[in-house]
Design a protein around this ligand. Structure first.
Ligand SMILES: [Zn+2]
Length: 243
């Protein structure tokens, strides 16, 4: 993985302005990409693999420490918790195991499936409701089905498949541990690194533009010239022209 430049990051931020969370995740991966992976290959990475790579990118861009904030579901207090990217990475990005096909057998039916990926998330965006999305996801991920299909994909079989998917790719369903200091309630909210990293990128991008604006007004340099300054030199100029 290579670390994107500030210019590349601003381009990603601009292109992803009205994109979905899944598409933004792909934009982020594309900009740090090793050239061997095409856009189609990135879209076909199981979500856990995608998230492990996004956690690595996050560490490169903004450091290992993550300060997360969530409202307590019990008393609505704002609860803060600190995590590390390294603690949240369950599989290494080089781990190929989750890309394999998986098997589940229930009531004489045997099915083979693959793990959900970004292309599935993008395909599900047009689904009106959660039930339709669930059915479409199963259809897309099913590779083969054999046996007594009198009942089709029974509710029980669908539940087994969902459970097997979660077990095969735990990185895709990352839960954080929160405890409210006010009421003692403990809960485990899901952590969506694609969403979280995009929010951080958005705040970072607005800060960059504010700094470009300040320096351009003071020194009449172009955006490209200001973005090419080292962080230290840029900071020094910002301090010099501060009122
Ligand atoms: Zn509480």
């Amino acid at each position: 993985m290579r670390t994107p430049t500030p210019v590349q990051l601003l381009q990603i931020w601009e292109r992803g302005g009205s994109a979905s969370a899944a598409a933004r995740g792909l934009l982020l991966l594309g900009c740090c990409g090793d050239a061997e992976r095409s856009a189609a290959e990135l879209a076909a990475l199981p979500l856990g693999r995608r998230d492990a790579l996004l956690l690595e990118l996050r560490e490169r861009l903004f450091g290992d420490a993550i300060d997360a904030v969530a409202p307590c579901p019990q008393c609505a207090s704002t609860v803060e918790a600190a995590f590390r990217c390294s603690d949240l990475r369950l599989t290494t990005p080089a781990d190929d195991a989750p890309t394999l096909a998986h098997d589940v057998s229930v009531q004489g039916m045997h099915v083979r499936f693959r793990l959900p990926d970004s292309s599935d998330l993008i395909a599900l965006e047009d689904c009106g409701d959660a039930g339709a999305a669930h059915t479409l996801l199963l259809e897309r991920c099913l590779l083969a089905a054999e046996g007594d299909d009198t009942y089709g994909l029974s509710t029980e079989l669908q539940a087994e498949i969902a459970e097997a998917m979660a077990q095969a790719d735990p990185q895709a369903d990352l839960q954080l541990a929160f405890r409210c200091p006010d009421c003692g309630h403990a809960w485990q909210p899901l952590f969506d690194i694609a969403h979280f990293l995009w929010q951080e990128l958005h705040a970072w991008a607005l800060r960059q533009l504010r700094e470009v604006d300040t320096l351009a007004q003071a020194y009449h340099w172009s955006e490209a010239e200001i973005l090419a300054l080292s962080p230290r030199r840029r900071q020094a100029y910002l301090e010099l022209c501060a009122p």
